[in-house]
Design a protein around this ligand. Structure first.
Ligand code: SF4
Length: 245
């Protein structure tokens, strides 16, 4: 293992104890059929969102009143990074720091996310876009409810359409279950390559969870390697397709 890799693992708190386990099975599973999430937002609004450009979408989030979270938030947190990124990182919802600063994944969890990205050679803002399922902070960081998810998801869906990422990394149970429309436990969603609207999706733990449960950082590292390997395979496939007659 090269020194840079060791340094990256050290930043995650995994070096020198982590050793790669047996190769994790990578399989493609389709998301479960829709169900459980009530689509309460007005259909006309949702249709308008689906045709917005980037600036209009950002403006719509900052003025959004589609769910009650607008009453308690400081500001909508649209997302941050390269709008043409190959990597899309999706978390749950803004916390107190994000609500105050208007950027996802700041503070301690944000620093750990940056270290996780660095571990696979990525950097916030460079070929990476970071967003949340919910754009407004739930009071006292409670779990978002189904109505809030239904109201807010069209924004993320439009972001995905505009960014056209090659891979989605879902951080935490809530993001994974919302995107894959399933109630399957995160422990069973990890270790596979899922499909979100035809885009490969890999699930790992939320950095805030990892701060509370550092023993699971080794599993998160395995997830990051799976994501990295999946992206490499996509690149190789694209290269082969472009060079074939
Ligand atoms: S959470 Fe989403 S739907 Fe609700 S007010 Fe904020 S931007 Fe609008």
């Amino acid at each position: 293992m090269s020194l840079p890799r060791a340094e990256r693992l050290r930043a995650l708190g995994l070096w020198p104890t982590w050793r790669k386990r047996g190769a994790m099975a990578a399989s493609v599973t389709a998301g479960a059929p829709p169900g459980g999430q009530e689509r309460v937002a007005a259909a006309s609004d949702t249709t308008a969102i689906a045709s917005m450009d980037w600036d209009a979408l950002r403006e719509a989030v900052s003025n959004c009143t589609r769910c009650d979270l607008h009453r308690t938030r400081t500001q909508g947190v649209f997302g941050v990074g390269d709008p043409h990124a190959e990597w899309l990182i999706v978390g749950e919802a803004p916390g107190a720091d994000e609500d105050r600063l208007g950027e996802p994944f700041v503070g301690q969890a944000g620093r750990l996310l940056d270290a996780m990205l660095a571990a696979i050679g990525l950097k916030r803002g460079e070929n990476v876009y970071i967003a949340n399922v919910l754009k407004s902070r739930p009071p006292r960081n409670r779990d978002p409810n189904a109505q809030e998810v239904a109201a807010c998801l069209p924004y993320l869906e439009r972001q995905v359409e505009l960014i056209q990422p090659k891979l989605v990394l879902a951080l935490g149970r809530f993001a994974a279950q919302s995107l894959l429309v399933t109630d399957t436990a995160i422990s069973r969603l990890r270790g596979q390559v899922h499909s979100y609207r035809g885009i490969p999706l890999v699930v790992t733990y939320h950095p805030a969870y990892l701060l509370r449960n550092p023993a699971d950082k080794a599993r998160a590292w395995e997830d990051l390697l799976l994501a990295q390997e999946t992206m490499a395979r996509l690149g190789a496939r694209a290269l082969a397709a472009s060079s074939s007659p």
